[in-house]
Design a protein around this ligand. Structure first.
Ligand SMILES: Cc1ncc(COP(=O)(O)O)c(C=O)c1O
Length: 393
């Protein structure tokens, strides 16, 4: 039904049909898909069916029924991410995957870790905890979110010290949607024997990505953002050369295996396996459209609304709009206007949901449409924004 697989153009995809395949938006126009996205209806139904199946006999139907499908789900995810199925652990979300990687890498006092101020706050919190508890040193690299890729690579390069053991990288910054040159940064790290963690929570399934081409050691993502899997699914990829030496965050029931299973969600104890029943239909839905088509569509939607907003006095876009890596996520502000107040006005007076974001000196409203949205939705947003800006001026 949804033609097209990998081509760069949107040719052949019926976006009106895609929209019909999702739940209706209620109560707000949802321009905060970067936080969490709705699943397609077919995914929602798969979870409902699986939950009913579980209820009939949880012990048997979860652990010997639904969990038996995990190897196949991992094989399909491995194709999507370009890694081995034996390198994939399934968990609840990117936050969990980040903690597994951050707390699992063996480090000694005075080993150094390099982060940026734009990394996800709970990742920074994890490293700060290790600094406080174990005496590792957390260094922070400084760069502007609108700097060129060359400037960013140079900033990381000069911030690396002889004792740097880990480079913590975010592929697409959740603050602004800026995509960092992580493949180049991973290459830089490899030359110096430094372990890399790539937080791909915003980029996985939003744009073409290959774990092998990135060349990182740990790769973390949620599956409930751009893949459209049910809320409560995440994936951690651990390069097989690190499986043995990485500590699991949760104590396994059996003796700790040297396989990726030690990072899987079943180490949590009892878990609702019905949630994972939606992963496979989400992959099928995503593949039927094609990640190249999805990325091109999301980029086109961002360029559509930002062009329509260009006549607003004092408008600033904090995301490089011309970059090929541009996707659904961007951040804007309007000079002289309190962004938090603008967010409230959009929500309360116009039923439009965008996200106020503030980090360091950077402050604005994050906008993130999804493939179930269209230009007419963005026209509603634009009419609302023009009116809201007048209201709060
Ligand atoms: C870059 C990044 N990392 C990690 C996360 C955490 O994702 P989750 O809420 O699925 O744990 C997010 C969520 O927005 C994110 O944008």
């Amino acid at each position: 039904m949804l033609a097209g697989t990998t081509c760069e153009m949107n040719a052949g995809v019926d976006w009106a049909q895609v929209r019909e395949a999702y739940p209706g938006q209620h109560p707000l126009l949802n321009l905060n898909n970067a936080a969490v996205s709705p699943p397609p209806l077919v995914v929602e139904q798969a979870v409902i069916d699986a939950y009913r199946f579980v209820s009939k006999n949880p012990d048997v139907n979860m652990w010997t029924g639904l969990d038996a499908t995990l190897p196949d789900i991992k094989r399909q995810l491995a194709t999507l991410a370009d890694c081995d199925a034996e390198e994939i652990a399934l968990n609840r979300n990117a936050s969990e995957g980040l903690s597994v990687a951050i707390f699992g890498i063996a480090l000694s006092t005075d080993d150094r870790v390099l982060v940026s101020p734009w990394d996800y706050p709970s990742a920074l919190g994890g490293w700060q905890q290790r600094q406080a508890r174990e005496g590792i040193v957390v260094d922070t690299v400084a760069f502007d979110v609108l700097a060129s890729d060359e400037e960013i690579v140079a900033a990381y390069s000069s911030a690396i010290r002889p004792a740097t053991r880990v480079l913590h990288l975010t592929h697409m910054l959740h603050w602004t949607g800026r995509v960092l040159p992580v493949a180049r940064l991973c290459a830089l790290a490899r030359e110096r024997g430094i372990i890399t963690i790539v937080d791909a929570a915003q980029s996985f399934a939003q744009m073409p990505i290959s774990f092998r081409e990135l060349g990182c050691d740990f790769f973390v993502t949620s599956l409930h953002k751009w893949l459209g899997a049910p809320v409560g699914n995440g994936m951690l990829i651990v390069n097989r050369r690190h499986l043995r030496e990485t500590w699991p965050l949760l104590a396994p029931f059996d003796a700790t295996p040297d396989t990726v299973d030690k990072f899987d969600h079943w180490n949590l104890g009892t878990y609702n396996s019905a949630l994972q029943a939606g992963i496979e239909p989400a992959i099928r839905f995503h593949q039927a459209i094609g990640v190249g088509n999805i990325h091109a569509r999301l980029r086109a939607l961002t360029r559509y609304w930002t062009r329509r907003a260009a006549d607003i006095d004092g408008l600033r876009i904090h995301t490089p709009l011309e970059a090929n890596t541009l996707g659904a996520v961007s951040l804007f502000s309007v000079d002289g206007i309190d962004a938090a107040r603008l967010e409230r006005t959009l929500r309360q007076s116009f039923s439009v949901h965008v996200k106020y974001r503030r980090v360091g000196q950077l402050e604005g409203l994050r906008v993130s449409p999804h493939i179930y949205m269209n230009e007419a939705d963005l026209d509603v947003f634009m009419d609302a924004l023009h009116a809201a800006v007048k209201d709060v001026t």
